[in-house]
Design a protein around this ligand. Structure first.
Ligand code: SAM
Length: 289
C-alpha cells in the first residue's frame, strides 16, 4: 500500500498505483487529468511569483501535486476539491501543515470575494478542470474583489482567447472582460504527455496580473460587462447592428454614441481596442441619461 507520507504526486507510476489501490477511476466530467511533470509544476509556481506568507486559492487540488509545490514556497494554500474520493487523500497528505486548509465541495457554488478581499494579497493558482475553467476564471475576475493575480493551466485555445488582442480572430467578450482588469500572458504550452491520464488537447499556462489602468465604479463595471457581452453576441455583424436597441437607445442616439467615442459604427467587435470599448460603453451609458 502507498504510504502517503512519501507519496510523489509528480511520478506517473506512483499516481497510477495510488489510483489503482483506492479503486479511483479518473472522472472525465470532473476534468481529472493529473499533472505529473515536475518542470511544468515549477514553472506554474514561478509564474505565480509567490512570496512567503502569500494567500493562495487552488481550485481542483486533485492528488495535491500543485498543492505541495505551492506549499514549498512558504505560501498559505486553501485548496478546494469537489471529488469525495480525493478529499481524504489531500487531508491525509497535508492536514498536519498549518499553512494548508481544505474546502470540500463544488467551487462553482462558492463565493470567494472574502478570500480575495484586501488588505491581504491573494492569488488564484490552479490546474483547472477544463469543463468549468473559463467560468471559474471569469467569475473570480468579475467578482466583488478580484484576485491580485491568476496563474492557470487550461486548454491552449482557452488561454489564447484570454490573451487575444484587437484584430485577433480569437478575441471575444472574455478577452475584453479579463484584459480590462489584467495583463494576460501565455507562459508556456503543456503537451498531453505531462498529464495522467493524457487529455485530448494541448494545454497552456496563462498568467493574469492585475492592473489599474481602467478603473470603473461597480455600476460602470456592471454596465461595461453587459455591453461587451451584448456586442459579441453577434460578432459577425457590424457593431451598430449588434448593439441596435442596447440600453433602449434610438438609432440616432447610437450613431451619436459612436461618434462621441471615436469608433466606427461599421467596425466588428473583435477589432476594437480596450480604450475603444471603454469609450464606447461610456458613450452608450451617457446616451441613456
Ligand atoms: N491540481 C491537480 C493536478 O494539478 O494534478 C488536479 C487538477 S485536475 C485538472 C482538476 C481537479 O478539479 C480534479 O481533482 C477535479 O476533481 C477537481 N474539480 C472538478 N470540478 C470541480 C469543481 N467544480 N470544484 C472543485 N473541484 C473540482
Amino acid at each position: 500500500m502507498t504510504d502517503l507520507a512519501s507519496f510523489d504526486a509528480r511520478s506517473p507510476g506512483a499516481v497510477a498505483e495510488l489510483l489503482r489501490e483506492r479503486g479511483i477511476r479518473p472522472d472525465k466530467a470532473l476534468g481529472q487529468n493529473f499533472l505529473v511533470d515536475r518542470n511544468v509544476l515549477l514553472r506554474i509556481v514561478e509564474a505565480a511569483e509567490l512570496q512567503t506568507g502569500d494567500e493562495v486559492l487552488e481550485i481542483g487540488a486533485g492528488l495535491g501535486a500543485l498543492t505541495e509545490t505551492l506549499l514549498a514556497t512558504g505560501a498559505r494554500v486553501t485548496a478546494v476539491e469537489k471529488d469525495p474520493a480525493l478529499q481524504p487523500i489531500l487531508h491525509e497528505r497535508f492536514a498536519q501543515n498549518p499553512s494548508f486548509s481544505l474546502v470540500c465541495g463544488d467551487a462553482l457554488g462558492m463565493d470567494f470575494s472574502e478570500f480575495f478581499a484586501p488588505p491581504r494579497s491573494a492569488k488564484l493558482v490552479s490546474n483547472l478542470p477544463y469543463s468549468v475553467g473559463t467560468r471559474i476564471a471569469v467569475d473570480a475576475a468579475l467578482g466583488l474583489t478580484p484576485p491580485d493575480s491568476m496563474t492557470l493551466l487550461l486548454q491552449k485555445e482557452v488561454c489564447r482567447r484570454f490573451a487575444a488582442g484587437p484584430g485577433d480572430p480569437d478575441r471575444g467578450a472574455v478577452s475584453v472582460l479579463l484584459q480590462r482588469l489584467y495583463d494576460v500572458k501565455i507562459v508556456r504550452d503543456v503537451p498531453p504527455g505531462c498529464f495522467l491520464p493524457r487529455p485530448e488537447v494541448v494545454s497552456s499556462v496563462v498568467a493574469l496580473r492585475r492592473h489599474e489602468r481602467h478603473p470603473l465604479s461597480p455600476g460602470e463595471s456592471a454596465d461595461f460587462n453587459a455591453f461587451v457581452k451584448t456586442a459579441f453576441l453577434h460578432r459577425r455583424k457590424q457593431l451598430k447592428s449588434a448593439l441596435r436597441g442596447h440600453g433602449a437607445l434610438s438609432d440616432d442616439a447610437i450613431i451619436n454614441a459612436f461618434e462621441i467615442a471615436g469608433v466606427s459604427p461599421t467596425a466588428r467587435a473583435e477589432t476594437l481596442s480596450l480604450d475603444n470599448w471603454i469609450r464606447l460603453s461610456r458613450a452608450f451609458r451617457d446616451g441613456r441619461k
